[in-house]
Design a binder for this molecule. Structure first.
Ligand SMILES: Cc1cc2nc3c(=O)[nH]c(=O)nc-3n(C[C@H](O)[C@H](O)[C@H](O)COP(=O)(O)O)c2cc1C
Length: 305
């Protein structure tokens, strides 16, 4: 039986917390609880969305080899994180080879690609199409779905302004690869009309939402400025982002009919249930996997097992 589309997306999925290859991020892999989480991911057939790749190697703010840049990933209270990682990755070829290895070891990994619109719309689209060819060549039949990240708050590109670029990109990808199951990862700063237009263009799923810009969670009139102000403020995830994410996703559900992956701020099985009650078709988690991997494994075993 050929299983396609959302039937291959597990009810709870892990979003980007297992790195660009989808099988774990060093040095988290040194933690026994994180390794046990990877085991639970494999045992439960949990869908893993890889961390974003770009066409070519990209040096973001966080660089694993430079301890001075580690401050760009912070733990904050309420089981949250603030990060301005900035899409550091080795480029799509290297990331895809790692994904291939993960798939061969039994993990269900969907690649996540970041179109670099700061290079201009046409260049970003050309690079996206080249990258899809690379995914196809390296992954073969294991490449059935792709998440396009339109919502990174840590890149120089302004998210709210990439709507037209995102639409142009999806239109071309749909034309050249009509069979590909496309997931768009959106932000709370995107108007709902963006998701609606993506649905009209044939995107199969929306993943709402990415980390939330610092100033939206901690407004300047009541909170001190972001400790990562030099990198645009960073994105908030985990507990402190939950309220804003839920509000956005509840409204998004009313605006689109397609498969909706809701996430941001999930810390317990009850949080997963409350997204399902809002009408989520699947629920993602990331910060929980990095901060409390034991709890993340518990969620997977309870709901995907
Ligand atoms: C350290 C860190 C790195 C992230 N990197 C990416 C990324 O490369 N691509 C992406 O689409 N989302 C990325 N995210 C966002 C997560 O996948 C997730 O959408 C977000 O953190 C909200 O969910 P959460 O509250 O469960 O963490 C990252 C989040 C964190 C905390």
């Amino acid at each position: 039986m050929r299983i396609i589309g959302e039937r291959r997306i597990s009810r709870v999925l892990i979003s980007t917390a297992l790195g660009p290859g989808g099988s774990g991020i060093f040095p988290y892999t040194l933690l026994p609880t994180y390794r046990r989480l990877i085991l639970a991911v494999r045992e439960t057939g949990t869908t893993v969305i890889a961390k974003s790749a770009t066409r070519y190697r990209r040096q973001g703010n966080f660089r694993p080899v430079n301890p001075l840049t580690w401050r760009y990933i912070k733990r904050i209270s309420g089981q949250g994180m603030l990060n301005a990682y900035g899409l550091t990755n080795h480029g799509v070829e290297v990331c895809t080879k790692e994904i291939k290895q993960s798939c061969s070891s039994g993990l269900q990994v969907i690649p996540n690609y970041y179109p670099e619109f700061a290079k201009g719309t046409e260049m970003a689209i050309r690079e996206t199409l080249e990258s899809i060819k690379i995914y196809q060549d390296i992954l073969g039949p294991e490449f059935w779905a792709l998440e396009l990240n339109f919502s990174c708050p840590n890149a120089k590109e302004a998210i709210a302004e990439n709507v037209n670029q995102g639409i142009a990109c999806v239109r071309r990808v749909r034309r050249d690869y009509p069979e590909l199951y496309l997931i768009a990862k959106n932000s709370v700063v995107h108007p709902y009309e963006f998701a609606q237009e993506l649905e009209r263009l044939g995107v199969k799923a929306i993943h709402g939402v990415n980390t939330i810009p610092y100033a939206m969670v901690f407004p300047g009139d009541r909170f001190p400025p972001s400790p990562l102000a030099d990198a645009g403020g960073g994105g908030v995830s985990g507990g402190p982002a939950c309220l804003a994410a839920r509000k956005y996703n509840a409204e998004l559900r009313k605006k689109v009919n397609l498969f909706l992956i809701m996430g941001c701020g999930v810390s317990t099985p009850e949080d997963v249930q409350s997204y399902l009650d809002l009408g989520a078709d699947a629920v993602s988690l990331c910060t929980l996997a990095l901060r409390q991997p034991k709890e993340a494994a518990r969620v997977l075993l309870a709901l995907n097992g």
